[in-house]
Write a protein that binds this ligand. Structure first.
Ligand code: CP
Length: 345
């Protein structure tokens, strides 16, 4: 082994050893990355029906994934092939601007095929049931349903009867989970970790699906929540959810780091909950001067659509305190994260 042949064998062995070590190292790095991605892509649910059904890990997984998608949609080429060959139907039985367009853009940015359904102009008007309508859409080889419906629980009802993933895009006065997720994402962008942060939800709590989803989401992320509005617009059961309850909007603004202001939902109000919009605006409306007078900067949010001059003055909505359009921007990344993660289930 001491001659030239022996030296050749030992140097070949060294090269082989280096190669094996390189390949094993490379394999371990790839394995570690794959484990990380699969850890990032696990949700405990098959459907997104509400924030109530999610755990803290699910919420953080969605928000972390949304951070990556926000980076993607700010590139010159905003599209990724993640949901190629997946078909998604946006089934809307109630009006929407932000949620519907945001879901459609999120789906297209993920390269999914998209179909849109509106109850108005459909065979629902001829008496077709919700389940028949959705089963007919699914017969056209649709994989996922994003739905908005005026009846609380409609997406839950469907999810136990159809094979596709269901995403709740707002069910009556119950939950609006993607709104709460995009709100939490937007708050975290502004304030960092939400543990111990004080969030006031101000306005028509009784008719709001955003309020309930926000309460569940923010509490799971460790924030303190106050609801504030006329006592007629705050349901009694909220006291059992561990939120503070207030009726003085100036005190709520003094207390909070974030004021999330909700729309007065006249279309859901069958009786009068306050004497007039003018009086509501006088006692509960938020103006820019109220925000400027505070001894520290707070963040102003609103899920939209805004009733300008009722819950928010125009100068407040358009002020530097407001992150209302950032919320809308973040909605696309958050919905991309939700759809991407559910498609892995
Ligand atoms: N925030 C929200 O749900 O708005 P749209 O009703 O326009 O979808």
């Amino acid at each position: 082994m001491g001659g030239p042949d022996g030296r050749l064998v030992s140097s070949s062995f060294c090269i082989l050893l280096i190669l094996v070590r390189f390949l094993v190292g490379h394999f371990l790095i790839i394995f570690a990355k794959l484990s990380y991605i699969s850890a990032m892509t696990k949700l405990s649910v098959r459907h997104l029906l509400g924030i109530k059904n999610l755990n803290e890990n699910d919420i953080n997984t969605i928000l972390d994934t949304a951070t990556q998608f926000k980076e993607v949609i700010n590139r010159p080429i905003k599209k990724v092939p993640s949901l190629r060959d997946i078909t998604i139907a946006n089934v809307f039985f109630e009006n929407s601007t932000r949620t519907r367009l945001s879901f459609e853009l999120a789906e297209k940015r993920l390269s999914a095929d998209v179909v849109n359904f509106s109850a108005s102009g459909s065979s629902v008007k001829k008496g077709e049931t919700l389940l028949d309508t959705v089963n007919n859409i699914l017969a056209m080889k649709v994989d996922m349903i994003v739905m908005r419906h005026s009846s609380p629980g409609a997406p839950h009802y469907l999810s136990s009867r159809i094979p596709a993933n269901v995403v709740n895009a707002g069910d009556g006065t119950h939950e609006h989970p993607t709104q709460a997720l995009l709100d939490a994402f937007s708050m975290k962008e502004k304030l960092g970790d939400l543990t111990g942060k004080k969030i006031a939800i101000i306005g028509d709590i009784l008719h709001s699906r955003v309020a309930l989803s926000n309460i569940f989401c923010l509490q799971k992320l460790g924030a303190e929540v106050m609801v504030c509005g006329p006592s007629t617009l705050i349901p009694k059961y909220l006291a059992d959810l561990g939120v503070k309850i207030g009726h003085d909007v100036r005190q709520a603004l003094q207390w909070c780091d974030v004021a999330n202001v909700l729309r007065i939902q006249l279309e859901r109000q069958q009786i009068k909950y306050f004497p007039s919009l003018r009086e509501y605006s006088l006692y509960f409306g938020i103006t820019k001067s109220m925000l400027d007078e505070l001894d520290r900067e707070i963040v102003l949010m609103h899920p939209g659509p805004i009733n300008r001059g009722v819950e928010l003055s125009s100068d407040a909505a358009d002020s530097s305190h407001s992150i209302i359009l950032n919320q809308v921007e973040n909605g696309v990344a958050v919905r991309m994260a939700v759809l991407y993660l559910l498609a892995q289930q």
